[in-house]
Design a binder for this molecule. Structure first.
Ligand SMILES: C[S@@+](CC[C@H](N)C(=O)[O-])C[C@H]1O[C@@H](n2cnc3c(N)ncnc32)[C@H](O)[C@@H]1O
Length: 282
């Protein structure tokens, strides 16, 4: 079912979830408004280690919040996290999209960076919409702006490395999508796709994650893990000069490497697409 070994990415997903958490906080305020403030049941589909699911559980303490993922290892992380934070969280192992049909309905379904890992994205959105109780809200996080962390000129190597990494990752992303089982090409018009899934009052809102230099240690580690992953994924797409620059950045002993630089930052923007299941008969 999976295009990656997700459990092996647990640390990266948890650090990234924490580094990006300001956007979830902002989205929660939107969800409070859209759900009338008191959702009874919330599903986080593809929750990974549960950073957003725990935030939702904190924000809606009276709701039953269920973190759903294909990886039992990541759900174990989510449970540890919930216990540490003292929030009520249930977990369910389920493959996406086929496994979600038996999850029962919810007033809020949240799914972040998961739909693009499914071959038929429109079908996946239809199934997610099918989980909503009448009047329920679907929130889909997709189509983010790629994160920036590096100055254009690092003081070594050819300036503009981050822009070239973005191009290489976009190429890897297209290959990943083409290789997914049952891959279906679709115009990635997320609001249009939510409407095609039968949802109403669809709109998108983008939230900024702005962590200026100097970075706290957790965010710095998140940047490291992300660059290490890009290095692994883009080996054959980078020229030798850029590969050497990345290796130097990732060298813990290098004074100009990312563990020691004071000029690293984290800037990204996450788009959440919201849609409502119409009340029956409306
Ligand atoms: C990019 S991570 C996103 C994690 C989290 N939602 C976030 O925003 O940080 C994708 C998650 O979806 C899960 N996943 C991907 N494909 C899946 C599938 N076909 N069935 C079930 N879970 C899947 C992975 O295990 C992983 O936890």
């Amino acid at each position: 079912m999976n295009d990656f070994d997700w459990a092996a990415l647990a640390d990266m997903l948890e650090l990234e979830g924490e580094a990006h958490s300001p956007y979830v906080q902002q989205a929660v305020e939107e969800l409070r408004h859209l759900t009338g403030g008191a959702p009874r049941r919330i599903l986080d589909i593809g929750s990974g280690p549960g950073v957003a699911a725990c935030r939702l559980a904190q924000a809606f303490p009276r709701a039953e919040v269920v973190a759903v993922d294909g990886s039992p290892e990541l759900l174990a992380r989510a449970e540890e996290r919930a216990a540490r934070l003292g929030v009520r969280l249930r977990t369910r192992v389920a493959g996406f999209p086929e496994g979600i049909d038996g999850l029962g309905t919810a007033d809020l379904v949240w799914t972040a960076q998961v739909v693009h890992h499914v071959g038929d994205q429109q079908d996946a959105l239809g199934r997610l919409a099918g989980l909503l109780a009448p009047g329920g809200v679907l929130a889909v996080v997709e189509g983010e702006m790629r994160a920036r962390s590096l100055p254009r000129d690092l003081g070594f190597g050819r300036p503009g490395l981050q822009a070239r990494l973005d191009v290489a990752m976009a190429e890897r992303f297209s290959r990943m999508r083409n290789e997914l089982p049952g891959s279906v090409a679709v115009v990635e018009d997320w609001p249009g796709m939510l409407r095609a899934a039968g949802l109403a009052q669809v709109r998108s809102k983008t939230f900024l994650v702005d962590r200026p230099a100097p970075l706290d240690e957790g965010t710095r580690q998140s940047v490291r893990q992300s660059l290490e992953r890009q290095r692994r994924m883009c080996t054959e797409l980078l020229d030798a000069g850029d590969a050497a620059t990345l290796d130097r950045l990732l060298d813990p002993a290098d004074p100009a490497g990312i563990d020691r630089r004071a000029d690293l930052f984290l800037l990204t923007a996450k788009t959440v697409h919201f849609g409502l299941r119409p009340e029956d008969g409306s």
